[in-house]
Design a protein around this ligand. Structure first.
Ligand code: NI
Length: 172
């Protein structure tokens, strides 16, 4: 299909609450998901939310075997997650560096819940129900935040915990 332009922080679409998908298994939904995978692959993203390509619907994708932007991350299964719901398991949190294709060139140290259960549907409307931890849990929380108009810099405890990739990770 097509590699789409990714909206950058400051674009009002990124701060909107996205709308639920009501009809699964449609050509329009499949076309959106194909564009999202093409765009994510072209930019080496770990995940992408539909609002990032200007479509304000509750659709996220994520997953990779290895990712050059996150060389230490364990593999995450390639997933289409629609109308997601996250349930936090326990109180444990973890801090780690995140990036975002809508905030290019920068990274921030973000606290996320370490263990979550997430539910939703794939593009055929089949249910998804997983309990995950670590980077997988982080990616899901980051992508689902996009559906509520939240970008990771809005979650920073200290703006000094954000910087340019080449300054923070000169060897990457
Ligand atoms: Ni993002």
């Amino acid at each position: 299909m097509a590699i789409k332009r990714v909206l950058k922080m400051g674009d009002p679409v990124l701060y909107r609450k996205a709308e639920p998908v009501e009809q699964f298994d449609t050509p329009e939904l499949q076309a959106l998901i194909t564009d999202m995978f093409d765009t994510m692959a072209a930019l080496n993203g770990a995940g992408l939310a539909a609002p990032q390509i200007g479509v304000s619907m509750r659709v996220v994708i994520f997953g990779f075997e290895t990712n050059p932007r996150y060389p230490d991350a364990e593999p995450v299964p390639q997933t289409v997650l629609i109308n997601p719901v996250i349930e936090v398991i326990g109180e444990e949190t973890e801090e780690d560096w995140e990036g975002c294709l809508s905030v290019p060139g920068l990274r921030g140290l973000v606290t996320r819940f370490a263990n979550i259960r997430y539910r939703g549907h794939n593009q055929q409307g089949e249910p998804i129900d997983r309990t995950v931890s670590g980077f997988h849990a982080r990616v899901v929380q980051h992508e689902c935040d996009h559906l509520d108009g939240i970008l990771y810099p809005m979650r920073l405890k200290d703006i000094r915990h954000m910087g340019f990739e080449e300054a923070l990770f000169p060897d990457l």
